[in-house]
Design a protein around this ligand. Structure first.
Ligand SMILES: Nc1ncnc2c1ncn2[C@@H]1O[C@H](COP(=O)(O)OP(=O)(O)OP(=O)(O)O)[C@@H](O)[C@H]1O
Ligand SMILES: [Mg+2]
Ligand SMILES: [Zn+2]
Ligand SMILES: [Zn+2]
Length: 320
C-alpha cells in the first residue's frame, strides 16, 4: 500500500498527518505519556519487515590485496525506531505533558524565550555519551517548566536514542518509603536513577525537608555529580543565592513597594530548601533560568480562554 511507505511520507512525499513525518506518536495513557510507532510506519519497505538490512562496507585489510568490499548486517531504521519508542516508554514522563514539544511552547516574556532557547540548545547540541551542562528552570506554577523538560527528554530519546528518566521528587520519596515497607533499600531505587544517562528531576525543593528526604536528594545528586552525569531540573523556588536585601532606608526613607511585597511574601530560595551542598553542585552542573513571578499561569489562562470561547467538551486530544 502506498500509505505504508517508510519515513511516513504518503502520496508522493506528503507527510503523514497524524505524526507529521515523525513516524511515532505520543499519547496520554493514564498518568503517563506513551509513544508508539505511527500506523504509517508500521510496516517497513526498506527491510520488508525483517528488521535488519545488509550494508556494504569497504576496508583495507592488507596492502597487497587492497581495499575490499564486504557486507554486514545492521539494524534497519524501523528496528531503531521501535527501540527508541520502547526507551521513551521507560522515561515515565507524565501524561499531562504528552503533547509537549519545543514547537508548541509559547514565550510570554524574555525569560521564557531564554528558557526555551537554553532547552533547545541543550537538546540539539547533546552528544550521546558525553557529559553536558544541564539546566535548571525556576518559575511560578503553570509556566511550562515540566513542558520544556518533557520536550527535551522526548528529543533526546526519540531522535537520538539516549537513555533518560524523569522523576517528580515527592513521588520519588514516596516510592522509596513504600520500598522500605517491602524490605527494599533506598539504594535499590536510587541506583538506576543515579546511573541513567540523562535524568530530569522535577519539583526540586518540594517536600517536608525531613532528614530522609534531604539524605535521598543528596545521595542522588552527589552520585550523578561525581560520575559527571547530565541532570536537568525544574523548581518553583528562586535560584537567587541571597534573599534580596531590604533597603532599610532608601533616599526618601521608605522601602520600595517591591521590597515590601517580597518581604511579606517571604520568597523562598532553593538554596535554603536544598542546602549548601546541593546548591553548590547545581551551580556547576546547570545553566540557571529564572522566570519572573508575573509569568502567566497557562493552566489558568487556558481555562479562562476555553470557558470564554468554547463550552466544556471534555478532554483535548493529545496529538503533538
Ligand atoms: N509557555 C507555554 N507554552 C505552551 N504551553 C504551556 C506553556 N506553559 C505551560 N503550558 C502548558 O500548560 C500546562 C502546565 O504546564 P507545566 O506543567 O509545564 O507547568 P509547570 O511550569 O511545570 O508548573 P508547576 O510549577 O505547577 O509544575 C501543560 O499542559 C503545558 O503544556
Ligand atoms: Mg511542573
Ligand atoms: Zn504517521
Ligand atoms: Zn525496516
Amino acid at each position: 500500500m502506498a500509505m505504508r511507505e517508510m519515513g511516513a511520507k504518503v502520496n508522493g512525499g506528503e507527510a503523514c498527518r497524524l505524526c507529521v513525518g515523525r513516524t511515532y506518536v505520543i499519547e496520554r495513557q493514564g498518568d503517563q505519556a506513551q509513544a508508539r510507532v505511527c500506523a504509517c510506519s508500521d510496516s517497513c519497505s526498506v527491510c520488508g519487515g525483517r528488521g535488519h538490512v545488509l550494508v556494504e562496507r569497504e576496508a583495507e585489510f592488507s596492502q597487497k590485496v587492497g581495499p575490499k568490499r564486504y557486507e554486514v548486517m545492521e539494524p534497519c531504521t524501523c528496528t531503531r525506531r521501535r527501540r527508541r519508542v520502547a526507551l521513551f516508554n521507560d522515561v515515565h514522563l507524565p501524561g499531562v505533558v504528552a503533547h509537549a514539544g519545543f514547537d508548541n511552547y509559547r514565550a510570554f516574556n524574555e525569560a521564557q524565550d531564554r528558557g526555551r532557547g537554553v532547552a533547545m540548545h541543550f537538546a540539539h547540541q547533546y552528544v550521546k555519551g558525553v557529559t553536558a551542562k544541564g539546566f535548571i528552570l525556576s518559575g511560578p506554577v503553570g509556566t511550562g517548566k515540566t513542558h520544556l523538560l518533557a520536550a527535551t527528554l522526548g528529543h533526546l530519546v526519540l531522535e537520538m536514542g539516549v537513555r533518560a528518566r524523569y522523576v517528580e521528587i515527592s513521588l520519588l520519596y514516596a516510592t522509596i518509603r513504600r520500598g522500605f515497607q517491602e524490605g527494599k533499600s533506598g539504594g535499590e531505587i536510587i541506583g538506576p536513577l543515579s546511573e541513567v544517562e540523562v535524568l530530569a528531576i522535577d519539583e526540586l525543593g518540594k517536600g517536608r525537608g525531613s532528614a530522609f528526604e534531604m539524605e535521598t536528594l543528596d545521595e542522588l545528586i552527589a552520585r550523578r555529580y561525581n560520575a559527571g552525569r547530565t541532570t536537568l531540573f525544574a523548581t518553583n523556588y528562586s535560584l537567587e543565592p541571597e534573599r534580596k536585601q531590604l533597603r532599610a532606608a532608601g533616599p526618601t526613607g521608605y522601602r520600595s513597594t517591591d521590597d515590601a511585597r517580597a518581604a511579606v511574601r517571604g520568597e523562598e530560595l532553593l538554596r535554603e530548601r536544598v542546602g549548601e551542598r546541593i546548591y553548590s553542585r547545581l551551580c556547576e552542573m546547570c545553566t540557571f533560568v529564572e522566570l519572573p513571578k508575573d509569568t502567566p499561569d497557562r493552566r489558568r489562562t487556558r481555562q479562562e480562554m476555553d470557558t470564554l470561547h468554547h463550552p466544556p467538551t471534555g478532554m483535548r486530544s493529545a496529538g503533538r
